[in-house]
Write a protein that binds this ligand. Structure first.
Ligand code: NAD
Length: 312
């Protein structure tokens, strides 16, 4: 199959592209190498794909390129390109979020509908929910994002729904819950914590550590994303989570256990935009996508730790 992966040089996009290539697909990756983090990191993410004969990279911003040409003949589009990061989405930086998350998505959907025959999977986020009245979060829970980032991810989901309703474009949105594993972005908590453990540096923890998260290992995210293209309900939205609700203080204990190092923790104020708790109800993904979380937190942390150690 000919497939397109946007954000192919990113953390999740590079894993997804490798998985598709391994199963014999022809992958066109699109990435703009935005400066949210350094290009050499993204080049390393892409290395295995670049070495592959069935991989082609189109470099540029989705909102500027002739997408109809790139999408021509593609049977699947996995849309992962975005400006990620909750805390950076306030202030002037918000312009990046509207550009890369909303406008770029609209341009992609427009090209997909005109190219015909393509299914689109959109990487949405648990950030669309905001602070929940009750847990676990079902897909029909009210969405009141607490960050500008979450607002843009929700807006793009709505665009997907509009293109499905009005033009019959099969779009499926997945709400990823905190993704981790090798290549995790350096601004994310596990990466920062494990790197600090490796280097004997201080860990900066925002809030009192009782906030909870549902962490999802990247290979489980890849499996769900691929399954969504095959059996997701067009216009549908699915949670994808690891299935365990863990407090950040507990994460620190587990990190000490996995790394065998004592951590020095500096506690800081809660950051604006951070959700208090997340925990996914994944029954819809289990039913329609055959989704199962297969990597428990202890094992996933160990794998990310091995990767972080290799980066030194
Ligand atoms: P990432 O920053 O590592 O990857 C995103 C990639 O998209 C980058 O390589 C960037 O250069 C590229 N990009 C950004 N805007 C672009 C544009 N306009 N045109 C072309 N390329 C562009 O992020 P990630 O952590 O791999 O996240 C991937 C997707 O998953 C994002 O849509 C993100 O919102 C979503 N998501 C991630 C998480 C998580 O925990 N990492 C959780 C929920 C949702």
């Amino acid at each position: 199959m000919k497939v397109v992966v946007t954000g192919a040089a990113g953390f999740i996009g590079s894993h997804l592209s490798e998985s598709l290539l391994a199963d014999g697909h022809e992958v066109t990756g699109i990435d703009a190498f935005t400066d949210y983090y350094e290009r050499p990191v993204k080049e390393r993410n892409l290395q295995a794909c670049r070495d592959h004969q069935r991989f082609r990279l189109v470099e540029g911003r989705l909102q500027d390129m002739d997408l109809r040409k790139v999408l021509d003949g593609a049977q699947r589009v996995f849309h992962l390109a975005a400006q990620a990061g909750v805390r950076a989405s306030w202030g002037r930086e918000f312009a990046h979020y509207t550009e890369h998350n909303v406008l770029a998505t609209q341009r992609l959907l427009e090209a997909a509908r005109l190219s015909g025959g393509t299914r689109v999977v959109y990487a949405s986020s648990s950030s669309v929910y905001g602070d929940a009245a009750s847990l676990p979060l079902g897909e029909d829970a009210a969405c009141h994002p607490v960050s500008p980032y979450g607002v843009t991810k929700l807006a793009a989901e709505h665009l997907g729904r509009l293109y499905e309703r009005n033009f019959g474009l099969p779009v499926v949105s997945l709400r990823y819950f905190t993704v981790y594993g090798p290549r995790q972005r350096a601004d994310m908590a596990f990466h920062r914590f494990l790197k600090a453990a490796r280097d004997g540096a201080e860990i900066h923890l925002y809030g009192d550590g009782t906030q909870t998260r549902d962490f999802t290992f990247v290979s489980d995210i890849v499996a769900a994303t691929r399954a969504a293209a095959d059996s997701g309900r067009p216009g549908g939205v699915y949670n994808v989570g690891g299935g365990e609700r863990v407090a950040l203080n507990d994460v620190l204990d587990r990190i000490e256990h996995v790394t065998g190092r004592r951590l020095t923790v500096v506690r800081e104020e809660v950051q604006k935009g951070d959700m208090r708790d997340t925990f996914a109800d994944t029954s819809a993904a289990r039913r329609d996508l055959g989704f199962r979380s297969t990597v428990p937190l202890g094992e996933g942390l160990e794998r990310e730790w091995q990767w972080i150690r290799g980066q030194a």
